[in-house]
Design a binder for this molecule. Structure first.
Ligand SMILES: Cc1cc2nc3c(=O)[nH]c(=O)nc-3n(C[C@H](O)[C@H](O)[C@H](O)COP(=O)(O)OP(=O)(O)OC[C@H]3O[C@@H](n4cnc5c(N)ncnc54)[C@H](O)[C@@H]3O)c2cc1C
Length: 404
């Protein structure tokens, strides 16, 4: 991969956005023989060495398989990968019902529901792998300002006033995608009215590779097991969902006060919690594009489907989307902007994502509303679901998404 390209160059595919979805798609396009360019506004140092952003990605088996097959997996240190053995969901009520998910016994590599890896390490590994590819050019520190698509090609104007041409523009510019708007594609935006605070915490009680999630009155908490360099299981990722004002307050209190408060909020399930990283916050807004394609234009990653993180599937779906896109184009006429192939991609990606997006939003609403009927329904619901074996099997399969 080259990091600098001459101005006024033509490519088969230009990808706007060097986030995880954009980098993964660049790898897929380059491996398929297409001359590819990635445009990313952040400076090159951010791509070479991305900083911790609080997101711990629960990779499905399918995603792990893709990362292995694409040669990305060896760039992730084994001590940074934490297998997820059990997911435990509770109502927050002392001694109340809980719902447990664990992998089915006796299947290959099914000793884990999934694998937790920090988002910045996935981004770094994707970048490192991309450096091996000759077909990719990366232009960092510059953004796509606007574009014009015709029947034959797309012309892009960049923020440094230079111009590029491609046969396909892939927008991977995140959930508030400007390029999606410029393509005239609307989106459903669901604002949950809550913010999420994520950070790493150290604790005395080992996590035993169990992810804990519970839905208390006025707060949703997840403690996700993560690995540290020493390979001990005394670090977790804390994911706290609260109204925006509360999140701002918790972000600004001293580390000691923060540790005390979250130890209380988690009812000492993992003992005393000590802040072990920066505190990062995100607004909770889910986005679903009305369409995933236009003339010589495709949407992938959060720009296409920006999930609520409760079901941990945003990146997993982003990987699937770019796989579906490249596969559809490879079955097309050979033109990376082939209209029929783009329609096929759009249809298939909608099929893969729409039910999950709707189900995730329904869960997020049911578990963040504190009116009496919602409280009762989720307490009864958890106890009932625990006894419904077919339901549990179906959810386990969805969480794991076994490699086909
Ligand atoms: C707290 C939290 C926990 C999560 N946990 C999970 C999980 O467990 N499992 C899971 O699968 N997913 C999870 N996700 C979701 C996952 O992090 C996202 O789906 C994923 O990072 C989105 O990647 P992306 O590349 O589509 O978008 P982004 O990471 O938003 O990247 C977009 C890129 O586009 C660039 N850009 C913007 N404008 C332009 C422009 N005009 N021109 C060129 N480039 C542009 C930006 O600089 C940026 O680099 C979580 C998310 C959060 C917030």
């Amino acid at each position: 991969m080259t990091s600098f390209a001459p101005l006024q160059t033509e490519y088969d595919v230009i990808i706007a956005g060097g986030g995880p979805a954009g980098l993964a798609s660049a790898l897929s396009f380059a491996r398929s023989g297409w001359k590819t360019c990635v445009i990313e506004p952040s400076p090159i140092e951010t791509l070479v060495n991305p900083s911790f952003d609080g997101r711990e990605i629960a990779l499905t088996h399918h995603s792990m398989h893709w990362l292995k097959e694409a040669g990305v997996w060896p760039y992730i240190a084994s001590h940074a990968i934490c297998p997820l053995k059990v997911a435990r969901i509770e109502s927050g009520q002392e001694g109340g019902p809980s719902l447990l998910f664990s992998p089915p016994q006796g299947q290959d590599s099914a000793d884990a529901l999934g694998f937790l890896v920090a988002n910045h390490l996935i981004r770094k590994a994707l970048y490192q792998r991309l450096c091996e590819e000759e077909n990719v050019t990366l232009r960092a520190g510059i953004a796509v300002h606007d574009f014009k698509a015709t029947r034959d090609d797309v012309t892009l104007n960049l923020t440094d006033s230079s111009m590029l041409k491609a046969r396909l523009l892939v927008a991977a510019d995140g959930r508030f995608s400007k390029l999606r708007d410029q393509a005239g594609i609307g989106a459903i935006i669901h604002d949950f009215g809550r913010n999420v605070l994520v950070c790493r915490v150290k604790h005395d009680v080992p996590h035993d590779n169990v992810a804990l999630q519970w839905f208390d009155e006025e707060q949703t908490i997840a403690l996700l097991p993560v690995s540290d360099e020493e390979g001990k299981d005394c670090f977790s990722s804390l994911v706290l969902t609260l109204p925006p004002g509360e999140i701002e307050r918790l972000k600004s209190v001293s580390p000691d006060e923060f540790g005390e408060e979250v130890t209380k909020r988690t009812r000492e399930r993992l003992g005393k919690l000590v802040l072990a990283s920066g505190r990062i916050t995100y607004p909770l807004k889910a986005v679903y594009a009305h369409r995933f394609h236009a003339q010589r234009f495709a949407l992938i990653g959060d720009a296409a489907v920006g999930m609520h993180p409760i079901t941990a599937h945003g990146f997993n779906l982003g990987l699937k989307g770019q796989e579906t896109l490249v596969k559809s184009l490879l079955q097309g006429s050979g033109d990376p902007g082939d209209r029929r192939a783009l329609e096929r991609f759009s249809y298939q990606h909608r099929w893969h994502t729409a039910p999950l997006f709707a189900a995730t939003n329904a869960i997020a609403v049911a578990y963040t509303r504190d009116e009496f009927p919602f409280l009762i329904a989720r307490r009864i619901g958890l106890g009932l679901a625990e006894r419904l074996t077919p339901f549990k099997k179906a959810v386990t399969r969805f969480l794991m998404d076994p490699a086909a």
